[in-house]
Write a protein that binds this ligand. Structure first.
Ligand SMILES: [Zn+2]
Length: 632
């Protein structure tokens, strides 16, 4: 029996209730919802971080049951960070033939509400859903995976920057996952290699390289690679280019990218977006059914498929300017809008779920213009891009209006964000603090090496300068501290039980008491203990302490990478100037809008059981959230 009415759930990552309030008179559709439905805040998870919160959104379960506590988790045997969302088992090949396909495993546990609906036979469409990669069969549903889909190199998104005037000392890997490559001039043509996906057939595995050739055609550049060519003018993005990287005579990895020409003469400066898996010939399960991604590409212009959709890293490393970053972000938002409206118009699903990430990316990168105290504020850029976040909120409002127009009076619209936003002015070097307090001991006084993102992926040396035989605690990820526990960590020295508990309380008290010497503020406002906030089969995998920073502070960039720089608090002068990842959850709520009047307070854990109840399906007992009540 079909449900009595349809449900549409729109997710807008990182929309902050305070900013919605501030701009409500410029958001007409949301203002209308406030008058007859609901516009309120939505309690988030601890930490208030996208993977953690979207996992709980989908399953209605706390992180102790979903197993997702951060972007990163660590291997206690090696102290190495690992991507928390997806694990990978390499394939086996014989003479270039695959005899065992590489296996990808989604580490998010629990059953999402859209999967329950699809399995119950309800027509379900899910667009760019975080933590749903690799896509697997879910009954009468179609799904395109979002956050968690890697780029073709297996990273969050490695951008490339090619330039004829790149100084030799800059060439190589940037701190946050870019490749800077010098173009060499040969007979009037500038050449370089694109280091693409790792070759799964080769042993040891190494990147497959494609030659890149760049020549001038008037003011434009003619860019050639892998048998394809594209023309692009300075100040413009090129068309999308489909590049096939040959792994063997039988296997190519199909990717898609595009170029932004910063300068064509006299020097050539060229940005290349991260290599996405091609939606037409995906090497990995981007969607269910497998041809759903192809349909979205043909009908709605889906090209880029990696989960981290917007080019934040290129902008943060100053290799892509604000203008092209925003052009791309607007395009990505428009593609998600087209896919969503197309599905609503043509498939008429009982349940539609679509997640937009432009709201989060633009807030991370442009918070500096909302925050008068931002160290990254630049008056000339502020004059030009001061409304960047507001403009994306206005687009969100238009999209809500477009969806509402398609609903019948009995249909339900639920709009959520996973967390709010804060200024990020000052970075806290958690490991440096642990060293200063004697909880972490270094082998040499020179301090720890500066790290870059490649260290995370290439498993080079992590924490190379730490003396584990004298270290009692270490920090990893965006707000987590682990004890070096005997029997759990391979070089653990802290005895489980009373000693560990006393150490935990001591670290907690000292962190809360710490004052930033420059501002006099306490950067750490809350320190949570996992046993008090998580329950379920994976709770034991959580960190031993979860930090909650006050507005203005975040874990430093180097701490996130395992670095131990000198100094405890440092200015964040980067363009990535807003954050939320280890903020105090009660100060970092997301939003809840609905065309129906919600009664009482709501948490992101309540959305899954609420949607199931609206569809007349029984929420599983494992769900921690409760169905929201609506005014009659
Ligand atoms: Zn974010």
């Amino acid at each position: 029996m079909p449900p009595p009415h349809r449900v549409v759930v729109l997710g807008f990552d990182g929309v902050d209730p305070g900013l919605v309030d501030r701009w409500l008179d410029q958001l007409p559709h949301i203002r209308a919802l406030a008058s007859y439905g609901t516009v309120t805040s939505l309690a988030t998870t601890n930490p208030p971080e996208s993977p953690v919160a979207w996992a709980s959104f989908a399953t209605g379960e706390n992180p102790g049951k979903t197993g997702i506590f951060d972007f990163l988790k660590r291997d206690p045997r090696t102290y190495f960070p690992q991507i928390a969302l997806v694990s990978r088992r390499p394939g086996r090949f014989f003479l270039g033939f695959p005899i065992r396909r590489p296996l990808l495993i989604n580490n998010r546990h629990g059953v999402p509400f859209y999967e329950i609906a699809g399995q119950a036979g309800l027509k379900t469409a899910v667009i760019r859903m975080p933590l749903s990669f690799p896509a697997h069969p879910i009954g009468n549903a179609e799904l395109l995976a979002g956050l968690g889909v890697p780029d073709a190199r297996g990273t969050w998104g490695t951008f490339f920057y090619f330039a004829t005037d790149l100084p030799a000392y800059q060439a190589g890997d940037t701190e946050f996952g870019g490749k800077l490559v010098r173009l060499r001039r040969q007979d009037g043509v500038d050449v370089a290699s694109i280091l693409g996906p790792n070759n799964p057939v080769a042993s040891p595995s190494r990147p497959i390289a494609l030659p890149l050739r760049v020549s001038r055609d008037g003011r434009k550049l003619r860019i050639q690679a892998g048998g394809r060519q594209v023309l692009a003018a300075p100040g413009h993005w090129s068309d999308w280019v489909h590049l096939a990287f040959p792994a063997s005579a039988f296997l190519s990895i199909h990717t898609v990218t595009r170029f932004y020409v910063e300068e064509s003469a006299p020097e050539v400066r060229l940005y290349m977006a991260p290599l996405s898996f091609d939606p037409d010939k995906p090497a990995v399960p981007l969607s269910y059914p497998s041809d759903f991604a192809r349909r979205l590409s043909q009908d709605d212009g889906l090209e880029k498929t990696l989960g981290w959709w917007n080019d934040t890293w290129g902008l943060n490393e100053n290799r892509l300017a604000e203008g092209p970053f925003l052009d791309d972000l607007e395009n990505n938002m428009a593609v998600t809008e087209r896919m969503t409206l197309d599905v609503l118009d043509h498939d008429h699903p009982d349940l539609t779920v679509a997640v937009f990430t432009a709201t989060d990316s633009v807030s991370h990168m442009f918070y500096r213009f909302l925050d008068p105290a931002s160290p990254a504020r630049d008056p000339a850029l502020a004059a030009r891009y001061g409304n960047a976040i507001l403009d994306v909120y206005r687009r969100m409002d238009e999209i809500i209006g477009q969806v509402e127009r398609r609903l019948s009076p009995n249909d339900s619209l639920i709009v959520v964000s996973d967390h709010g936003f804060h200024a990020f002015r000052r970075g806290f070097n958690t490991n440096s603090w642990l060293v200063a307090e004697g909880y972490m001991v270094l082998k040499s006084a020179a301090g720890g090496a500066r790290m870059n993102l490649r260290d995370l992926y290439d498993q080079g040396s992590f924490f190379p300068n730490v003396d584990w035989s004298r270290t009692r605690a270490y920090a990893l990820g965006l707000g987590q501290i682990y004890l070096n526990l005997r029997g759990r960590e391979s070089h653990g020295i802290v005895a489980p039980g009373a000693e560990a508990e006393a150490l935990r309380q001591e670290i907690r008290a000292k962190l809360l008491a710490y004052r930033d010497p420059d501002t006099g503020e306490h950067p750490v406002e809350e320190v949570s203990e996992p046993a008090r906030i998580y329950h379920g089969p994976y709770a034991a995998q959580a960190a031993d302490l979860q930090l909650g920073f006050r507005d203005g502070y975040r874990t430093s960039w180097q701490t996130a990478l395992g670095g131990i720089p000198a100094g405890i608090v440092e200015l964040n002068t980067r363009k990535w100037s807003g954050d939320h990842c280890a903020s105090v959850p009660s100060e970092t709520s997301g939003i809840l809008f609905s065309n129906r009047r919600v009664l009482g307070r709501a948490s992101i854990l309540d959305i899954a059981p609420t949607v199931l109840a609206l569809l007349h399906l029984k929420p599983p007992a494992a769900m921690d959230g409760r169905p929201l009540r609506f005014a009659p």
